[in-house]
Design a protein around this ligand. Structure first.
Ligand code: SF4
Length: 387
């Protein structure tokens, strides 16, 4: 297949859906006793809702929406640190746009900007580097956020700043890695997971070998997937076939983009610039060992935590979630977004209370935008929100 339309071909989708239905039948999965498949990546969550795959696939499949949206899992304490940094008069705080509305305990970056903080949206850390060159009398801080997909570009910007000797550029590093939260979920005795649809973009960087433990140590199948409807349907079929056959393997549906060993240039940049933190807090999931990255000592001149004495290097602060917010339960698949008492009431995309309603990759925002899973009736939406 060469063109995007071919990955959305209705005939091919029908054939895959028929194959899925057959295998679901062979497994004996039903609406009452479904197979639980977690799509780890927020991009997949969005695609599943956007293309209605949750409604097209048989009731014997239950999608669990995983923690793969970096904006959604950012803890409130780190948002608070961002706001503190941005409110310093010497700082120009730069960030990707999707982090602007994530609620902190006091305010979001958007609110801080409205109150006068110098916060600028950028499309790349290279834009922040350019700002540093043009504003030698200001401190430019880049909000490094995201999984292995965005980690290399932040690393490359730090390497470039070091080469240029840019003394007024630093990164507030909140980069996180995908395998540790998967392990944490698998270790959770309350989680029921039968298989995974693996993240596509992250795997483009890290390859598929970091997922070997899922099959080897936990006996669960995983298929790394692309983002088009046929990609997702095919990967779901691959997972189901493994379950039916009693296999647990790491399969790669997205081989047109994802090499088994990952991207050598990106991995070298990551290795050069970062080291693992002993642990990192995830919104809704708590502290997870070795799940976050910090900037190595040799680049400490570009580490905003070192420069401004904040974050994990300083006194650590745990901020409680807003009362009634069920982001953690949604993120671990314990309830659907509509099960949160705040859904559509205290929490909408216009006025998000929790992070899952902020990003288009958040499960709550996807539910809101596309109408939710089978069985979800729009009349469930509280009157306040529907008006
Ligand atoms: S509706 Fe809002 S508060 Fe509730 S889980 Fe979703 S994002 Fe969190």
């Amino acid at each position: 297949m060469r063109y995007i339309e071919e990955f959305r071909d209705p005939k091919a989708a029908k054939a895959l859906l028929a194959a899925i239905e057959t295998v679901v039948g062979e497994i004996g999965a039903t609406a009452d006793k479904p197979v639980h498949i977690m799509e780890i990546c927020g991009g997949h969550t969005h695609a599943i809702f956007r293309y209605g795959l949750d409604r097209l696939t048989p009731p014997g499949i239950e999608f669990i929406h995983g923690p793969g949206c970096p904006v959604c899992v950012l803890p409130m304490s780190r948002v608070d640190e961002c706001v503190k940094l941005a409110e310093r008069p010497e700082v120009i705080f730069t960030t990707f746009g999707d982090a602007m509305r994530v609620p902190g305990s006091r305010k979001s970056l958007m609110q801080a900007k409205a109150e006068g903080a110098d916060i600028r949206m950028v499309y790349s850390p290279l834009d922040a580097l350019e700002l540093a060159r043009r504003n030698p009398d200001r401190e430019i801080v880049f909000f490094g956020l995201g999984f292995e997909t965005t980690t290399p570009s932040t690393a490359l910007s730090i390497q470039q700043a070091a080469r240029e000797g840019l003394a007024n550029f630093s990164v507030f590093c909140n980069h996180i890695t995908v395998p540790p939260p998967i392990k944490a979920l698998l270790d959770d005795p309350h989680m029921v997971l039968d298989g995974f649809v693996g993240p596509g973009h992250v795997s483009m960087v890290i390859g598929t070998t970091p997922y070997d433990f899922i099959a080897r140590d936990y006996g669960k199948p995983i298929a790394v997937a692309g983002f088009e409807p046929l990609d997702l349907l095919q990967s779901v079929l691959m997972v189901l076939e493994q379950i039916r056959d009693g296999r647990a393997e790491v399969e790669n549906q997205y081989s047109r983009v994802v090499p088994r060993e990952g991207n050598a240039v990106s991995l070298a940049a990551i290795e050069d610039v970062y080291e693992k933190r002993p642990s990192f807090e995830w919104r809704g999931l708590g502290e997870i060992d070795e799940s976050g990255l910090r900037i190595r000592a040799k680049y400490k001149a570009f580490d905003a935590e070192e420069k401004f004495g904040i974050g994990y290097g300083a006194e650590k602060r745990v901020v409680e979630e807003v009362e009634g917010c069920a982001c953690g339960e949604v993120m671990t698949g314990r309830i659907k977004p509509t099960g949160c008492p705040q859904y559509g009431k205290g929490c909408t995309p216009e006025m998000p209370l929790g992070a899952l309603m902020v990003s288009s990759e958040g499960a709550c925002a996807a539910y809101w935008q596309y109408g939710g899973l089978r069985g979800f009736d729009q009349s469930d939406v509280p009157v306040e929100a529907a008006e």
